[in-house]
Design a protein around this ligand. Structure first.
Ligand SMILES: CC(C)(COP(=O)(O)OP(=O)(O)OC[C@H]1O[C@@H](n2cnc3c(N)ncnc32)[C@H](O)[C@@H]1OP(=O)(O)O)[C@@H](O)C(=O)NCCC(=O)NCCS
Length: 161
């Protein structure tokens, strides 16, 4: 197989939305955000067929200035465990390293994110030490109730250089 990685284009959004179950409007927004310099997008194509993508956001709401955040990382189910995610993260981290010595990301706490949890630790990502976060803010105290959803995350960073 030949794997090509390139930025998301407007012409791609229908194929990407169908393959990954993402809203077309959100994907169009990504194209606009990349044109405005807020993010970098990386889409993976295997012999011309879309197989995965990841976003690099230059200014992270969690990490602040200077630590770009990897977001929305996804490989189509049928093509997982074939190194596509690794190729996407390699590309996103290399781009981040052009501007920053550190890159960050947040990962969900349920088993839906189990593969990603394992992958990040094996790649050298380390918890950022701020503890669990819910909807962009740290969980504050013992006994606090939190809703378990995609926005209950632990943030990690990786030193790139
Ligand atoms: C996370 C994800 C993008 C990984 O993509 P992928 O193409 O399968 O990743 P790779 O094939 O490059 O895997 C790299 C390594 O990660 C680890 N890994 C990946 N999936 C794993 C799994 N299901 N179980 C255990 N380890 C796993 C392995 O160490 C693997 O290397 P190996 O196959 O040589 O053992 C993919 O599983 C996915 O889309 N998951 C659902 C969405 C998600 O959780 N996104 C992350 C949000 S934070």
């Amino acid at each position: 197989m030949t794997l090509a990685i390139r930025p998301l284009a407007l012409d791609d959004v229908d194929a990407v939305a169908a393959a990954i179950g993402k809203r077309v409007e959100k994907l169009r927004e990504y194209v606009a955000e990349e044109a405005a310099g807020a993010i970098a997008t990386f889409t993976a194509w295997s012999d011309g067929v879309f197989v995965g993508y990841v976003i690099l956001r230059w200014r992270s709401a969690w990490f602040g200035d200077g630590v770009p955040e990897i977001q929305d990382f996804n490989v189509v189910r049928a093509r997982r465990r074939q190194g596509i995610g690794t190729a996407l993260l390699d590309a996103a981290e290399a781009r981040a390293a052009e501007r920053s010595a550190v890159v960050g990301l947040g990962v969900g706490m349920t088993a839906d994110y189990g593969a990603a949890q394992i992958m990040y630790v094996k790649r050298g990502y380390v918890p950022d030490g701020r503890g669990l976060a819910t909807h962009g803010r740290p969980v504050r105290y013992y006994g606090e109730s939190v809703f378990v959803d995609d926005d209950l995350v632990l943030y990690f960073t990786r030193t790139l250089r």
